[in-house]
Design a protein around this ligand. Structure first.
Ligand code: XLS
Ligand code: NI
Ligand code: NI
Length: 437
């Protein structure tokens, strides 16, 4: 008999913005078309297993506050099955098509890697059945190579090969499990790949190891017939002082340096962008420029905090700017919107999980509709084009095509005389944004 943890909660429906029901979508209408695609297709919303199913509210200052009923069973396999029941019930009630997971979110880690592998195999079989019943899919899978103390000095970039090879084995197991569940993508987030002090670190050697390993993963995935994408998820710090996958630009440089640019894309997380002193839209745009905008981990940070608070998205302005980049660059390559966010330690009602995800989905829906409005009904696109019009013809166009030498540029530039100011019109752009929703 399957469990029913959210008995008191009904399927979440779209009721429109006049609704004052907290357990209804006000803006996310899955079938509504935006620029020729349904919202459902644009977003591919996913639940993050680790936050929504495994989190227990513990923080460095206090013990568990959140005793989710599905995690109370003592038998390891039964507990994992209960958790999967809760996950699928939640996803169906939310109307989400996807989830994302780490290997050891699905089932508790064993005392040895061999035992973990056995356990993962058992739970995968159960989850696969639930996928067949419901049609719910995996947006991406990944390996947690950072919680186990064996990884305290890093995983693949560990100075000790014994640990690096253990990490490689764990990643192979997680990748195989992801493929078995039909995962559309596989993620590498740095975890403890980085350093605490450069004094005891051979950075070049550690990065070379990561480059070699990723190349081997590409070969392996091809042999296995994996049709999905590999994503790297940038983050500047936490848990290490300096993460190797610092931000989009750093990751793209790394992928190019190690010949991985054709096989990897990026998974951009909002709160990681802001921790790197960038905006979310900046990180998306950098990835899009390289043709590597793969997926999004949706959340938000806190302006007064310097860590990854992983709160649910409510920032409309930030989301509209992100959705402008999203629409202009043709959406995500293979990925979707994964709510890598958690309810607060003191949000202990089961309905809080629903309210949080509804708010996140509605924020993205509003952002998408506002971005569509800006692109189709305002002067925005023309204004932006106009700003660069001097490159559309004559010498500007010749320069852009690489047809002017430095001598040519000198001849043209030296004769320019006094150049009148051209306003950047930032406040006008901002007023378009502010009036778009
Ligand atoms: C942590 C990361 C992590 C990845 C998956 O900050 O966001 O949750 O998304 O390993
Ligand atoms: Ni993330
Ligand atoms: Ni994060």
């Amino acid at each position: 008999m399957e469990n029913n943890y959210f008995k008191h909660l009904q399927k979440i429906n779209f009721e429109g913005k006049e609704s004052d029901h907290p357990l209804a979508y006000k803006f996310y209408n899955p079938d509504q078309l935006v620029m020729g695609k349904t919202m459902r297709e644009h977003f591919k919303f996913a639940m993050a297993y680790w936050h929504s199913m495994n989190d227990n509210g513990a923080d460095p200052f206090g013990r568990i506050t959140n005793l989710y009923p599905w995690n109370q069973e003592k038998d390891v396999l039964q507990q994992a099955k209960n958790r999967a029941d809760a996950a699928f019930e939640f996803l169906q009630k939310m109307g989400f098509d996807y989830f994302c997971f780490h290997d050891i979110d699905l089932i508790a880690e064993g005392a040895t890697l061999a035992e973990t592998e056995k356990r993962v195999g058992q739970i995968i079989a159960y989850i696969k059945e639930k996928q067949q019943e419901t049609g719910i899919k995996v947006l991406w899978g990944t390996a947690n190579c950072f919680s186990n103390p064996v990884y305290m000095n890093g995983a693949i970039t560990n100075p000790d090969f014994r640990v690096a090879s253990r990490a490689a084995a764990q990643i192979k197991i997680a990748f195989d499990a992801s493929m078995e569940l039909g995962a559309e993508n596989y993620v590498f987030w740095g975890g403890r790949e980085g350093y605490l002090s450069l004094l005891n670190t051979d950075m070049k050697r550690e990065l070379d190891h990561l480059g070699v390993f990723f190349n081997k993963m590409v070969d392996y995935a091809k042999q296995q017939g994996f049709k999905g994408n590999f994503f790297v998820e940038p983050k500047p710090a936490e848990p290490t002082k300096h993460q190797y996958d610092f931000d989009s630009a750093t990751v793209i440089g790394f992928l190019n340096q190690y010949g991985l640019q054709d096989d990897f894309k990026l998974n951009i997380e909002v709160n990681h962008a802001t921790l790197a002193q960038h905006t979310f839209e900046h990180e998306l745009q950098v990835a899009a420029n390289a043709g590597m905008l793969g997926s999004i981990d949706a959340n938000r940070g806190d302006n007064q905090n310097g860590w990854d608070t992983d709160q649910f998205s409510i920032n409309i302005y930030e989301t509209i700017e992100a959705m402008l980049v999203f629409l202009k660059s043709g959406g995500l390559q293979g990925g979707g919107i994964n709510f890598d966010a958690k309810v607060r330690r003191n949000s202990t009602d089961l309905e809080d999980l629903f309210i949080a995800h509804i708010q996140g989905a509605d924020t993205f829906a509003r952002g998408l509709m506002a971005a569509e409005h800006i692109l189709t009904n305002t002067a925005y696109t023309d204004m932006l084009k106009q700003r660069y019009q001097s490159y559309d013809s004559g010498n500007g166009s010749a320069f852009e095509k690489g047809e002017l030498s430095i001598q040519d540029l000198y001849k043209i530039g030296v004769k320019q005389g006094e150049i009148p100011h051209t306003s950047g019109k930032q406040e006008l752009y901002e007023s378009i944004l502010a009036n778009s929703f």
